[in-house]
Design a protein around this ligand. Structure first.
Ligand code: CXF
Ligand code: ZN
Length: 379
C-alpha cells in the first residue's frame, strides 16, 4: 500500500528567517494513526506565512515548511481514520476541530482542547514531531499544523475538512484561512446585524474579508480605516462605504473622528492589523451600551493593551479576540462554500494573482510590497 511508504516530492523550504525559500526534493513520511497525507492542489499565501518567515525565532525551528492556506486531495490515510478516504478533496485548517472534546462539542467555542492551539513564535506541530526530512536526512519542521508549501503534507484528521470536489480549487482554498477568518469574525464572532455600522481598522486581506462578511450580514455603513489612501478604492469592491485615513485625519486620535462620524460610536469595530494601540482606538470608538470590538491581528509577543478604565468599567462595551473568525472548521466551511456557490459570498475578487508553485519567492515579494490580496500558487 502506498500509505506505508515515504513519498519523495518537491517543497519550498524556509532554511533561514527572511531568506528566499529553496525548492528542494524532500521525503514525506506515511500518515500515522489518525493522520492523513494529502497532495496539495494549490496553496495561497497568507500574511502569517510572511510574518513567521521574517521572524527571528530560535534556529531550532529551521529549516521548515511554511504555508497553511490550501486545498488538496487525500493520498492515503493512517489507521483509525474514518472521516475521509483516498481521493477525497479536503481543505487543511490550522485550527483543529476534533469534534470530541468539550470545546468542540460546545457551540460557544472553536478552541479545540484535545489539540490546544497556542500562538508562539514556533507554531510547531502539537507534539513537536515532523513528517518531513530533506535528502540528507535532516528534519524539516512543520508550520501551523499544515505546511502546504510542499507537494505532499501530513496532517491530523482534526485539521482537514472534506469538501465538494466540484468547487474551483483556487477559490475554495481561500476558505482554509484568510477569507474564513475575516468573514467569520463578522458573521460568527461579532454576529453583525442588519443595518449596523461597522468600522474596520486595516484594509489588508483580512480587513477586506471582514468587509465582505459585514456586507453579507447586511451592515449599512462599513467604514474602512487605513494609512494607505488607495485602500478605499479596493475596499469599495468589498462593501466599504466610507474611508478614514488615520495618517492625515484632522483629530489627534482616529477614534475621535469615528465617534463623530457615528454620533457616539460604531456597533462593531474590527482590528485587523495586529497593533495594541489600534485595539485601544477601536475600543474607544465602539458605542457604549452594546459596542463590540473584535481583534483579529497578532501583535508582538508580550505586548500589552492599555484601555481607559471608565470605558471598560462603566460603558458596557465588549472586547473579544477571534481566532479563525470563531469558526468551527468542519461545521462552518461547508456553509461558506454553499454561500459561494449560491453567489452570495464573493471569492473571485480576492484572487489578484495566480502563479506556478516554483514562483513562490516572487509571490512573497508581491505580498511584502502590498501588491496582492491573494496570490494562488498551483502545484
Ligand atoms: C494566524 C492567527 C494567529 C496565530 C498565527 C496564525 N492565523 C492564520 O494566519
Ligand atoms: Zn493564515
Amino acid at each position: 500500500k502506498s500509505s506505508h511508504k515515504p513519498i519523495r516530492c518537491k517543497a519550498a523550504v524556509s532554511r533561514k528567517a527572511g531568506e528566499p525559500l529553496v525548492m528542494e526534493e524532500i521525503m514525506v513520511a506515511p500518515p500515522q494513526p489518525f493522520e492523513v497525507r494529502i497532495r496539495i492542489i494549490c496553496t495561497a499565501l497568507c500574511h502569517s506565512d510572511v510574518t513567521f518567515w521574517k521572524l527571528q525565532v530560535p534556529p531550532a525551528c529551521f529549516p521548515r515548511i511554511l504555508g497553511h492556506e490550501a486545498i488538496g486531495v487525500v493520498e492515503s490515510v493512517g489507521e483509525n481514520v474514518k472521516e475521509v478516504v483516498e481521493g477525497d478533496t479536503v481543505l487543511p485548517t490550522f485550527m483543529p476541530d476534533c469534534g470530541d472534546c468539550v470545546d468542540c462539542k460546545s457551540h460557544k467555542s472553536n478552541l479545540c482542547s484535545k489539540f490546544p492551539f497556542k500562538v508562539s513564535p514556533w507554531m510547531p506541530r502539537y507534539d513537536n514531531s515532523s513528517r518531513f526530512t530533506d535528502l540528507n536526512g535532516e528534519t524539516l519542521f512543520h508550520f501551523l499544523n499544515v505546511s502546504s508549501f510542499s507537494e505532499y503534507t501530513v496532517l491530523d484528521v482534526a485539521n482537514v475538512v472534506k469538501i465538494d470536489s466540484s468547487i474551483p480549487p483556487s477559490r475554495a482554498c481561500l476558505l482554509s484561512c484568510g477569507v474564513s477568518t475575516g468573514v467569520g469574525a463578522a458573521w460568527e464572532t461579532a454576529k453583525v446585524e442588519k443595518g449596523s455600522t461597522v468600522v474596520i481598522f486595516g484594509l489588508g486581506s483580512i480587513g477586506l474579508a471582514v468587509a465582505e462578511g459585514a456586507r453579507l450580514c447586511g451592515a449599512s455603513r462599513i467604514i474602512g480605516v487605513d494609512i494607505n489612501p488607495t485602500k478605499f478604492q479596493v475596499g469599495q469592491k468589498f462593501g466599504v462605504t466610507e474611508f478614514v485615513n488615520s495618517m492625515t485625519c484632522e483629530k489627534n486620535r482616529v477614534s475621535e473622528v469615528i465617534n463623530e462620524m457615528t454620533d457616539g460610536g460604531a456597533d462593531y469595530c474590527f482590528e485587523c492589523v495586529g497593533s495594541s494601540s489600534l485595539v485601544q482606538e477601536a475600543y474607544a470608538c465602539c458605542r457604549q451600551g452594546w459596542g463590540k470590538t473584535i481583534t483579529l491581528g497578532v501583535d508582538k509577543p508580550g505586548s500589552q493593551i492599555c484601555l481607559d478604565s471608565f470605558d471598560v468599567l462603566h460603558h458596557g462595551k465588549i472586547l473579544m479576540g477571534s481566532l479563525f473568525g470563531g469558526l468551527k472548521a468542519k461545521t462552518h466551511i461547508p456553509i461558506l462554500l454553499k454561500r459561494y456557490l449560491s453567489n452570495e459570498l464573493e471569492l473571485d475578487k480576492f484572487v489578484t494573482h495566480e502563479m506556478k508553485f516554483e514562483e513562490i519567492n516572487d509571490a512573497f515579494q508581491l505580498l511584502l510590497e502590498g501588491k496582492c490580496i491573494r496570490c494562488v500558487l498551483w502545484m
